[in-house]
Design a binder for this molecule. Structure first.
Ligand code: NAD
Length: 256
């Protein structure tokens, strides 16, 4: 379905970003990966799906790096047809204890990076008359949890940015939508499980049950594969008039 298209997925060396990159590659899209840590493993996993894969190591907190990544992707594949703004980090502390530099980093990586990449992706998409921008927000783009001030503020911002991007391009073939996962067992969440286990002196399994039980009625993690399938839907012809939604996959978290 996406043969001949190019998808750039930020923060795709791990977790949800890698899952979305693989789902888009399985539909034939060429992929530009981004993120830190091991690159060869993710690159091989995507290449095994029979598409062209490239990588740019932009630090998503740096607007100049983002500009470099966008021009690199265009020079390599002609155009970015699908932009997935996914890179993100977390920091957990009450506001009075929240280090200002952690606030700045989360706003830069989780929110401003989506603005910068979108800003640079739009003109070529407008010239082509087709594009998909998918913002990986979070259930924390819709509701709050204590001790996540920067993350909740950034993700609410991402949902707002999604709506404006969708509106400004509503008469075109460019759509913009947000995905709002509940808990997904990636390294970002494993750190929170480990912290809970250590703080309460309980096992990893007990900490996982506690974490899910606090918020997610299904008592199940959403998977990167399920999120990838939603991204594929947004890119499909059936998604042509789905514009500006914040679509939760949250095991009932926000139904309560
Ligand atoms: P993860 O830690 O597995 O992956 C994060 C990715 O972002 C990695 O590839 C990492 O290298 C990259 N990254 C981090 N800082 C970066 C930077 N400065 N520049 C470039 N890349 C950077 O985490 P994940 O759980 O897969 O999270 C992906 C997205 O999903 C995030 O935006 C997160 O907020 C969101 N999300 C996660 C969950 C969850 O439960 N895991 C739930 C809702 C939303």
């Amino acid at each position: 379905m996406l043969k001949g298209k190019t998808a750039l997925v930020t923060g795709s060396t791990s977790g949800i970003g890698l899952g979305i990159a693989k789902a888009l590659a399985a539909q034939g899209a060429n992929i530009v990966l981004n993120g830190f840590g091991d690159v060869d493993g993710p690159r091989a996993e995507v290449a095994a799906l029979g598409v062209a894969v490239d990588y740019h190591g932009a630090d998503m907190s740096q607007p100049a790096d983002i500009a470099d990544m966008m021009s690199y992707a265009a020079s390599r594949f002609g155009r970015v047809d699908i932009l997935v703004n996914n890179a993100g980090i977390q920091h957990v502390a009450r506001i009075e204890n929240f280090a200002p530099e952690r606030w700045d980093a989360i706003i830069a990586i989780n929110l401003s990076s989506a603005f910068h990449a979108t800003r640079l992706a739009l003109r070529p998409m407008q010239a082509a008359g087709w594009g998909r921008i998918i913002n990986v927000a979070s259930i924390h783009g819709l509701v709050a949890s204590s001790e996540k001030a920067a993350y909740v503020a950034a993700k609410h911002g991402v949902v707002g940015l999604t709506k404006v991007t969708a509106l400004e391009n509503a008469t075109t073939g460019i759509t913009c939508n947000a995905i709002c996962p509940g808990w997904v067992l990636t390294p970002l969440v494993q750190k929170q499980v480990d912290a809970k286990a250590a703080a309460l002196g309980i096992s990893n399994e007990q900490a996982t049950k506690l974490l899910l039980g606090e918020k997610e009625p299904s008592m199940q993690f959403t998977t990167a594969e399920e999120l990838g399938a939603l991204a594929v839907f947004f890119c499909s012809p059936a998604g042509n008039n789905v514009r500006g939604v914040a679509w939760n996959m949250d095991g009932g978290w926000t139904a309560q």
